[in-house]
Design a protein around this ligand. Structure first.
Ligand code: LIP
Length: 329
């Protein structure tokens, strides 16, 4: 794939994100066609009230896919709403160029007028995310990246916070970790997640990681873009879908960050020597993302080593939840 071709895909995604921005804002503020309840139509995909869908989600996904199908008829398309409604419910994950779209990531925030919510447009080729656009219209933040071409926030290179202001965390005690409780409220999932959160926060004398703080924004896209910006060290979650983070991981990687499979090791019985960091598979619903960490003076490669050490420390503390992967493989 040539750099020019990737750039063209990126420009298409940027244009689409900007095109749907006004509809996103109208929906957020309940204006125009989205000003009445019947037009806004908040529905619920899981039946527990935690996984909402609005008319805006459907409208934006339809708009983006109609445009993309017109421009790239041979590509494949996976979107949160079409997958949920069963239209592409048994979508096949292939090596073909595949647009992976979440029209409104952070839908719970969206319905509560909480500004950490946005549009996510990602492209995978050979199953690898290569283009990512995340637009958070209410915060007026447009994040863009294409493989090998850097990552930008409103045109400024990421990470926004840079050395020497951006420091090298010595331990988890210096890390802000973004987590999500997700929409799966089954007893086993909630107990497992809360146990993981507790172990991350607990002081060292009781076997915890004593992270500096744990934050929940309500969306994978805002979380990962905060990590790419350099204002949080990590994001860990089990259960989100490929459309929640396909775009954002390209942005983070291009910002010098790293992403790993987030399946935790605590209590797993996996012997120490087999506890290796596995690369992220975006269809696997388990993610650990970490920001750019600068090399220490005179120690090239030490930033990457620190990323891996901190990622390992988190995976040692959190436990896995066996979610089925997205799509048919
Ligand atoms: C959300 C994700 C978030 C997860 C939520 C939900 P949505 O996406 O961004 O990470 O915890 O359960 O899946 O549904 O708002 O697009």
């Amino acid at each position: 794939m040539s750099a020019e071709q990737l750039k063209e895909y990126l420009n298409t995604a940027i244009a689409l994100a900007k095109e749907v921005g006004p509809a996103f804002k109208d929906g957020f503020w309940r204006r125009g066609q989205f000003s009445t309840d019947s037009e806004f139509a908040v529905g619920d995909k899981t039946g527990n009230g935690a996984d909402c869908v609005t008319e805006v989600d459907r409208f934006i996904e339809r708009t983006i896919f109609t445009r993309l199908r017109g421009i790239y008829p041979a590509h494949r398309f996976v979107g949160e709403e079409t997958a949920a409604e069963g239209a592409d419910g048994d979508y096949r994950v292939t090596d073909d160029p595949t647009w992976v779209v979440d029209p409104v990531d952070g839908t719970n925030n969206f319905v509560h007028h909480f500004p950490y919510t946005g549009v996510s447009i990602g492209l995978t080729i050979n199953r690898e995310p290569v283009v990512g656009v995340v637009y958070l219209p209410i915060l007026d933040e447009l994040y863009t990246a294409a493989r090998g071409q850097g990552a930008f926030l409103n045109g400024q290179p990421l990470p926004l916070i840079r050395p020497p202001v951006l420091t090298t965390p010595g331990s988890l005690a210096e890390c802000s970790v973004l987590c999500e409780h997700g929409s799966d409220r089954s007893e086993s999932a909630m107990r497992s997640r809360l146990a993981s959160f507790t172990r991350l926060l607990l002081d060292k004398s009781h076997g915890g990681g004593c992270i500096q703080n744990l934050r929940v924004t309500g969306g994978a896209c805002p979380d990962i873009t905060l990590v790419a910006k350099g204002v949080a060290e990590m994001y860990w979650e089990l259960g989100p879908h490929a459309w929640d983070f396909a775009a954002a991981v390209t942005i983070l990687i291009e910002a010098g960050g790293a992403v790993f499979d987030g399946a935790g090791w605590w209590g797993s019985g996996v012997p120490e020597e087999e506890r290796t960091l596995k690369p992220l598979n975006i269809w696997n619903r388990k993610i650990l993302a970490i920001r750019f960490i600068p090399d220490l003076p005179g120690r090239p490669g030490s930033g990457r080593e620190t990323q891996k050490r901190l990622a390992r420390e988190v995976l040692e503390l959190v436990e896995d939840i066996p979610y089925p992967p997205d799509g048919v493989h």
